[in-house]
Ligand binder design. Structure first.
Ligand code: BGC
Length: 827
């Protein structure tokens, strides 16, 4: 067991916790362990404790409402943050998020997500960091420290093995102990020990037969017992399913409310003798300690009394974006680098791609926030280039299905009672009305609410037939420009899913021909369907739209013409919300629509074609060797387009290195199936995921782990390795200042116990970044942890040092090793 050192402030907090606990009776205590609504715990007047508020996470702080009226700073996707390979940058991101949380009255941020990239199909791949547990743990540690520096709690999630989305509520992930310890638990362990998070979120899934919220061994023995975790454990939303099993398994708080398995049901279980009251007290202590830490338990000192200096959110999101962009290829057919674009030499630039104009700045699902403003690649390049030098063509439209009304819409929702009284009017960021639990507009109650009407205007961007549709349940009346397109009822049909209203099928209701620039009034009235069989009350329906569908061949031909007329072409390709989002896994890694054809046609028309890939996780790039440069921009956050202009035009260097291997094709990836069989998903590959698996199989990916080019060159000069520290000296051998991520890999050598279980050929043992001016030499010292040379011994259920000779490699990437040195590890 790890005993974290206690400070006088810890003692004072613990004392206040005991005093408060003694004042609560059983009913109050069990109420405190259950959400009162979607995002908060009930206040406890008897101890003057206000309601504790939680919010997603991880790229921004949404606050308790899904509305644009209180916008949130939107950071680049977690994959992007990890691509910076910079825990200090993650810490600064965390501080910004704490500032946002404080502004929005949020005490606990539901982040970071530290599950691993087991398969590129994982729907929330974009929302987690890496395929490597050490890199994940380091970035997560920085992030948690940063958020908590600002006095705001975190919940490291989703504990554990929630690495895919298919059947996530029910899947039993079967994972061997060594695999769990060395891979999936490792980031949680590192973060718990190094950053002391105030919370952990228990995952939906089951691990080795026990649901995670009930998993006594992992939650109590490992997390609390072995690692010394002293924060609170909250269920993922709706994950808690057993009153007795959950409390005995170590789950402290069941979210969301008001209907949970805790509260009255927990009090009844204590009264029936099924649960000892001391178990409830233990959970309440954990919640009260959290309240004390965030500064809302009267009499207890908050951990942070002076929040850190204010952070400029816009500047930091831009900095993280450019530090995350990974330049994976930079070689035109003439052998010269295509980037940065020399505008003096190549003044005419053609920008192509739907994602250049409608940038995808973040992934879908609970991680969604609404920023005040977004800089798209088109905005960013237009602002940075002299007037008249940039042309734009769409090239290919990946949106071929109805989607949430957004671009060109200006909408609000009016809630009315049955007698037509207006209860409230609120602005909408898009065509979705989603009011869950107590997250209703001020003045609206479920009992009074009868209908919601979305009204506003739509300004067409393109000439042609615009399709409009609905998603959700109830009586709909849809009118565009005064004409009623649909008036009818949508019922639930055969579906038993209480969330059908949110996630149900989208239905086209009619088409209207509009000219580019034409503005029309639009309204969609829904006599709401009140979901009664869900754990909380909810209203949800959407207005959908699909723009005119142009002949894809014509769009590509038009783009090829624009490309031929330019000196340099920038094509932005990307995924859509229907590809990368929470709630489902990907089916393939292809770019949606005709985007691959587009890139091929453009590259054939212009040898200086730079492709920017706007996706949160790997996509297949069959054309990658035929273009001059490929820059991965991830989901780059609200300032993505500005950062992109800085990097493409050379004001800044792309700083990212791959946190995950990019396969040539899905079939080459180590794990290509995330669908459980008979409810079970077996992690059969054991410790071999990511680059560990690629090296074992001897196969070659499109771009290896750690890969990423900058705008300067680095000469690695010396390497000195001891079992506890590695020193590397390197020189910026190029013509401009730069930053290098020095990666250290450990290679097991001869003389080691031949009976030891199979280990990967190499693994990441440490890393650090350096900055240097042209010609400057810098030295970096990287500590080595004993854990880098240990394996989990399933026989003794403990870590075991594998003694003997190793080689330490100092590398620019997994496949670009610059220096190596021997090392002998002894007990
Ligand atoms: C997600 C969590 C999230 C929670 C609250 C769940 O569906 O898995 O990551 O924090 O919802 O929005």
């Amino acid at each position: 067991m790890t005993d974290a050192p206690t400070t006088p402030a810890d003692d004072a907090r613990n004392e206040s916790v005991e005093t408060a606990l003694a004042k609560l009776d059983l009913d109050a205590k069990t109420r405190l362990l259950a959400g009162q609504d979607q995002w908060s715990l009930p206040e406890m007047p008897e101890i003057e404790l206000p309601s504790l508020v939680m919010s997603d996470g991880p790229v921004g702080v949404r606050g308790v409402r899904w509305t644009p009226e209180d916008p949130s700073v939107a950071l680049p996707s977690p994959t992007a943050l990890a691509a910076s390979w910079d825990p200090e940058l993650a810490r600064r991101a965390g501080r910004l998020l704490a500032q946002e949380a404080r502004r929005k009255g949020v005490h606990v941020l539901l982040a970071p997500t530290v599950n691993l990239h087991r398969s590129p199909l994982g729907g929330r791949h974009f929302e987690s960091y890496s395929e490597d547990p050490y890199l994940t743990g380091e970035i997560g540690t920085g992030y948690v420290r940063g958020v908590q520096d600002g006095g705001v709690g975190t919940t490291v999630k989703h504990f554990v093995a929630n690495d895919a989305e298919t059947d996530r509520f029910t899947v039993n992930n079967v994972v061997a102990p060594r695999t769990l310890r060395e891979l999936y638990l490792a980031p949680f362990e590192a973060i718990v020990k190094n950053a002391r998070p105030w919370g952990v979120m228990a995952a939906y899934n089951t691990v080795n037969g026990s649901s995670m919220t009930e998993h006594r061994y992992l939650q109590q023995t490992v997390l609390r017992g072995e690692w010394g975790f002293d924060g609170f454990i909250v269920s993922d939303w709706l994950a808690a399913r057993s009153t007795v099993g959950d409390i005995l398994g170590g789950l402290d708080v069941a979210m969301p409310g008001p209907r949970t398995v805790y509260g009255e049901q927990l009090a009844a279980a204590v009264r029936a003798g099924e649960v000892a009251e001391s178990a409830v007290d233990g959970a309440v202590r954990n919640v009260l300690r959290l309240a004390a830490r965030v500064g809302i338990l009267p009499g207890a000192p908050a951990v942070v009394t002076e929040p850190p200096a204010p952070v400029d959110g816009e500047a930091l999101t831009r900095e993280i974006a450019r530090r995350s962009f990974v330049l994976v290829r930079n070689e035109a057919r003439d052998g010269h680098p295509a980037l940065p674009i020399g505008t003096a030499r190549t003044p005419r630039i053609a920008l192509i791609g739907a994602s250049a104009r409608d940038a995808r700045i973040l992934g879908g699902g609970s991680a969604t926030v609404f920023p005040a403003a977004v800089v798209t690649p088109l905005d960013g390049l237009t602002a940075a280039l002299p007037e008249g030098s940039l042309t734009y063509t769409i090239g290919a439209d990946p949106n071929t299905e109805l989607a949430l009304a957004a671009e060109g819409f200006d909408l609000r929702a009016t809630a009315r009672s049955a007698d037509g009284r207006v209860l409230a009017t609120v602005e909408l960021p898009n065509g979705r009305v989603q009011w869950v639990g107590s997250d209703l507009p001020d003045g609206v109650s479920y009992d009074d609410l009868d209908s919601v009407e979305i009204t506003g205007t739509f300004t067409a961007r393109d000439t042609g037939d615009h399709a409009f549709g609905t998603r959700g349940l109830g009586g709909f009346t849809l009118a565009v420009d005064g004409e009623v397109l649909f008036d009818g009822y949508q019922d639930r049909g055969e579906s038993s899913d209480p969330f059908e209203a949110f996630f149900g099928a989208q239905t086209e209701r009619g088409r209207v021909r509009l000219a580019a620039g034409q503005s029309v009034d639009i309204s969609l009235r829904d006599t709401v369907y009140k979901i009664t069989d869900a754990p909380m009350k909810a209203i949800g329906f959407s207005l959908l739209h699909l723009g005119p569908q142009h002949d894809p061949d014509e769009l590509i031909a038009e783009a090829a013409l624009a490309a031929a007329a330019a000196d340099t072409v920038v094509v932005v390709v990307g995924t859509t919300e229907r590809v990368e989002s929470e709630g489902f896994d990907r089916k393939d890694l292809r770019l949606p629509g005709r985007q691959d054809d587009l890139v091929r046609a453009v590259a054939a028309a212009n040898p200086y074609t730079v492709v920017v890939v706007n996706s949160g996780s790997p996509v297949e790039m069959p054309w990658r060797e035929d273009v001059a440069a490929v820059l991965l921009s991830w989901f780059p956050g609200q300032q993505g387009g500005a950062a992109l202009a800085e990097v493409l035009l050379g004001a800044e260097e792309p700083g990212g290195r791959l946190p995950t291997t990019w396969p040539v094709a899905l079939a080459d990836a180590p794990v290509t199936d995330t669908t459980p069989t008979d409810g079970e998903l077996h992690y059969e590959e054991g410790v071999f995921i990511g680059y560990r698996a690629w090296e074992k199989a001897g196969s070659v990916p499109a771009y290896p782990f750690g890969h990423g080019l900058g705008y300067t060159e680095w000469g690695y000069e010396t390497l000195d390795a001891t079992p506890t520290e590695v020193r590397v000296r390197l020189r910026n051998a190029g013509a401009r200042p730069g930053r290098e991520v020095v990666q250290l890999y450990a290679v097991p050598g001869t003389g080691q116990d031949p009976a030891a279980p199979e280990r990967p050929a190499r693994w990441l043992a440490g890393f650090a970044s350096v900055e240097a001016a042209p010609g400057e030499t810098v030295e970096v010292s990287v500590p080595l942890r004993r854990r880098a040379f240990e394996i989990w011994d399933e026989g003794t259920d403990s870590w075991s040092l594998i003694e003997g000779r190793y080689e330490i490699q100092a590398a620019h990437s997994l496949t670009d090793v610059r220096l190596s040195a021997p090392l002998t590890v002894e007990r």
